[in-house]
Design a protein around this ligand. Structure first.
Ligand SMILES: Nc1ncnc2c1ncn2[C@@H]1O[C@H](COP(=O)(O)OP(=O)(O)OP(=O)(O)O)[C@@H](O)[C@H]1O
Length: 549
């Protein structure tokens, strides 16, 4: 069971202590029941319980209470520690994994697993502690049952075997439903994200809004039906417990008197013991859907973890170490590089093969119509997309395998779908005075201030956010700068500033600039302009040539 393997990952000493405490609590519980049975026997024979009975009762109760409390608190600490480690591991693997893999996993699935399923596991673990205690109790009760009446013990075992067979039949269908529930919950999260993120589009178009709501309703209804079916299975499990109890009691009450000698003398002792045994079993069976739910959730979490670990690139320290070998490069060469969005589909969009050599202190513009492959080419060139063919060279060295993560450290970027962090993460020693001067240079001084290592607000227009992302890239101070349609949302003034002042200043600092551009008017700023069409290079010209100088 995945859940057992998962728990085994905890500190062995902690687990041993917890198991011991659980065992003590279970035995103390069993002692309590034995004491009460004995007291009941004494009272039924017109006696009164002596001081030892009182002491045994009080001592067993204190032990049960204390051991149980510590075991449950410790169990929570253990499971929360395990879950925290798993959450951190998944977040770590996610940031290290290759871009395409992270994209493919899907937001809904990740949110569902990391937030919801880990919560479910956290509430289920104390129940496992309880199940261990119930098992100890059952073992003690069964020894007593065997001592009282071997035939009743045999009937109990036969009933339990029949119950297990019934349970197994229900169990496999139930697990399947739970897997579907998990998948549908992830899809539902994606659908609600559409409603939240598409707030503007939906309010401007009621027909679209109806269609999106219908898609959400459809998934929600499927989930409802799945949940009802899962409850049906749950109910079947609980009823199965009741059915086996009554079949067993029926056999003992109706059939035993005729066939088992001496039965009449012990029937009053036998029935409570049988009821107790079945009670502990039925309780565990009733809780088993929670375990199954946790097991299915955990398996899904582990599957994502494996998927991410298989796609994991090298660690950040190693990447930075690798990057040092590339930092003083003078030329980057792209040799027949090619990438397809789906290797198995010959019709899938493909960029390349591209052959291009770029030099430090150069401005290169990638130009071409919409969909000509500029952004895809940038992601190949920066090492974000894996190459299907060709290779990237840094001076004489080929960037192969894990070195790709080190190569990526050369770039600072503002992609079209950039993300703006509210802090300059990883640049904690950035000079606030310099950052605020850059903010003023880009006309944001009356909007944003950089203080205490963060921008005080990010409620800005798209063009303003892009200017702030550019400032963050400047502070990053990398040897290569990548700008994807940066100027698209800028007004005339900042567009002019970007092309005629900012980019040449980067070149003067010895940076290599690769930018996609639709601003034909400024192409003359570039040292070279590379025109793409259908993912291939159509021509390469100097800036002076395209400017007609
Ligand atoms: N995630 C993706 N999965 C599959 N195909 C994609 C994906 N992203 C882009 N494409 C395909 O790649 C083609 C090139 O897209 P790309 O964004 O590189 O073009 P572009 O030249 O940057 O266009 P634009 O000027 O509009 O930004 C598109 O026609 C699209 O079909």
């Amino acid at each position: 069971m995945a859940i057992v393997d998962f728990i085994r990952g905890a500190d062995a000493r902690q687990l041993r202590i917890m198991f011991l405490l659980t065992l003590i609590a279970g035995l103390a519980n069993a002692t309590l029941i034995v004491v009460i049975t004995k007291v009941a026997e004494t009272v039924s024979n017109a006696g009164t319980p002596g001081i030892w009975a009182w002491l045994a009762f009080a001592g067993a109760f204190a032990l049960y209470y204390g051991a149980n409390q510590v075991a449950l608190v410790r169990s929570m600490a253990i499971i929360e520690d395990l879950l925290n480690r798993k959450r951190l591991e998944i977040a770590d693997r996610l940031r290290r994994s290759e871009l395409l893999v992270a994209d493919r996993l899907g937001r809904g699935r990740l949110y569902n697993l990391v937030a919801k399923e880990t919560n479910h596991l956290s509430v289920t673990f104390p129940l496992i502690v309880d199940a261990v205690q119930q098992t100890v109790l059952l073992a003690v009760a069964l020894v007593y049952l065997l001592y009282l009446s071997p035939p009743a013990f045999a009937v109990f075992l036969a009933t339990v075997v029949a119950g297990i067979l019934g349970y197994k039949a229900i169990d496999s269908r139930y697990r399947e439903i739970l897997r579907l529930v998990e998948r549908m919950q992830a899809e539902l999260l994606d659908a609600i994200t559409d409603i939240i993120r598409g707030a503007k589009e939906l309010r401007l178009n009621t027909t679209r809004s109806d269609a999106v709501a219908a898609a959400y309703r459809k998934r929600s209804n499927i989930l409802e039906r799945l949940m009802v079916r899962s409850v049906e299975h749950w109910v079947s499990l609980i009823l199965l417990g009741g059915l086996t109890t009554f079949v067993m009691l029926g056999v003992v009450a109706f059939a035993f008197p005729g066939y088992v000698s001496g039965h009449n003398a012990i029937i009053f002792q036998l029935v409570p013991v049988l009821l107790f045994c079945m009670g502990t079993l039925t309780k565990t069976v009733a809780q088993s859907p929670m375990f199954m739910r946790a097991e299915v959730g955990l398996n899904a979490i582990l599957a994502i973890d494996t998927e991410l670990s298989e796609a994991s690139s090298i660690g950040p320290d190693e990447a930075r170490r690798q990057a040092r070998a590339f930092l003083d490069f003078s030329t980057i060469s792209f040799n027949g590089i090619r990438f397809s969005y789906d290797r198995n589909d010959p019709e899938a969009y493909t960029v390349g093969p591209l052959d291009l050599s770029l030099t430090r202190g150069e401005i290169v513009f990638l130009v071409g119509g919409n969909g000509s492959g500029k952004s895809t080419a940038l992601k190949m060139m920066t090492g974000l997309y894996p190459l299907d063919a060709g290779w990237i060279g840094v001076d004489a060295a080929a960037v192969a395998g894990v070195a790709r993560a080190g190569y990526r450290e050369l770039f600072a970027s503002v992609f079209v779908d950039f993300h703006l962090f509210d802090r300059l993460y990883g640049m904690e020693d950035a000079d606030p005075g310099r950052v605020n001067r850059l903010i003023a240079e880009w006309g944001l001084a009356d909007k944003v201030t950089f203080e205490d290592g963060r921008f005080n607000q990010l409620h800005l227009s798209t063009g303003q956010r892009k200017r702030l992302a550019l400032i963050a890239a400047v502070v990053e101070d990398r040897p290569i700068y990548v700008f994807d349609e940066w100027s698209a949302e800028q007004d005339v003034h900042y567009r002019e500033h970007f092309y005629t002042t900012f980019l040449p200043a980067l070149r003067d600092q010895g940076k290599l600039v690769i930018a996609t551009s639709h601003d034909e008017k400024y192409w003359g700023v570039a040292d070279r302009v590379v025109k793409l069409d259908l993912g291939r290079i159509e021509w390469i010209r100097t800036g002076a040539e395209v400017a007609g100088r």
